[in-house]
Design a protein around this ligand. Structure first.
Ligand code: HSE
Length: 306
């Protein structure tokens, strides 16, 4: 096989109480990468459609992730990557993670799959490192594994795939502003009160339990963030109103998607997810913020060959 196209979905990281730890894979929004074997060793990004991003391999997240894989592979092989961006950078739904994950899954496929999914997560994380200065894995993990994931440890890498309750649907609203993950990380405090840590740990444990038991009411009670949301929400226009409206329309919980500015809500069932979208859109219509909305089931497959 000489070439392959992959669809790499968007993702929601953190999921309220799981900062840098939890993530989920979205279904109908993502990047498409066309990857081809080349006689020239190394990685060349030949074209980027849809967004203005660097073509230089070392500055491009897909390029850096692919180079990390090739460095480990050690043989003189080469690939070209054409990237169709379906996800806006800086929107908070894992734009860099999708490109990085898509590149390594596609190249692994063309090399006849020498690497495990866990190894592919490590390579894709290198793309995240240049995108925002930290090699976090909470976006790339669900994109590569599908479903909900929990990153227990980065060193050594230990990622656990969680259960996906069948009726969960995500609603995402993206106010059309860009928040760079590096900036959203810079505003975080590096000290916690013990009380905050206790409350956060309790909710994280309960949320994971709720996912496995498919207990939607437990999921509702656990989608609370005592640590990051209070600090970052000031960067998002109308955040509290979005949250109040979404929860009043029936969402199980609402929070910042990754480092924002997108806001996610989880609902039980498609009908509620649509009502939640309408309720959130009303907030931005009223205050005049341009926005984009996505409604998505949870994708249990992750990156797929198309
Ligand atoms: N966990 C990361 C953060 C995700 O919140 O900074 C970035 O998408």
């Amino acid at each position: 096989m000489k070439k392959v196209s992959v669809f790499a979905p968007a993702s929601v990281a953190n999921i309220s109480c799981g900062f840098d730890v939890l993530g989920l894979c979205l279904d109908n929004v993502g990047d498409t990468l066309h990857i081809e074997k080349s006689a020239t060793p190394g990685i060349r990004i030949t074209e980027i459609i849809g967004q203005k991003l660097p073509l230089e391999t070392e500055k491009n997240v897909a390029g850096v992730a692919a180079l990390a894989l090739l460095k480990d592979y050690g043989q003189n092989v080469g690939f070209t990557i054409k990237l169709e961006k379906g996800i806006k950078p800086g929107s908070g739904i894992g734009s860099s993670a999708a490109s990085a994950a898509g590149a390594v899954v596609g190249i692994n496929h063309l090399l006849s799959n020498p690497y495990s999914k866990s190894e592919l997560i490590s390579f894709a994380m290198e793309g995240e490192r240049i995108a925002c200065g930290s090699a976090h894995a909470d976006n790339v993990s669900p994109v590569i594994l599908g479903g909900f994931t929990l990153v227990r440890s980065l060193d050594p890498l230990d990622v656990i795939r969680l259960n996906t309750p069948l009726e969960l649907v995500a609603t995402i609203i993206h106010p059309e502003i860009e928040v760079k993950t590096a900036d959203a990380r810079a505003v975080l405090l590096d000290k916690l009160h013990l009380k905050q840590a206790v409350a956060q740990t309790a909710n994280l444990g309960a949320l994971v339990t709720g996912l496995f038991k498919e207990d939607y009411e437990l999921i509702r009670r656990s989608l609370v963030d005592h640590i990051v949301e209070p600090v970052r929400s000031v960067l998002i226009p109308g955040f509290q109103q979005l949250k109040d409206n979404a929860n009043a329309a029936g969402a199980l919980g609402t929070g910042i998607s990754g480092s924002g500015p997108s806001v996610f809500a989880l609902s039980k069932g498609m009908e509620t997810a649509h009502n939640v979208a309408k309720a959130m859109e009303e907030v931005y219509q009223k205050i005049g913020v341009p926005y984009e909305t996505h409604i998505s089931i949870i994708n249990n497959e992750g990156v797929k060959i198309v």
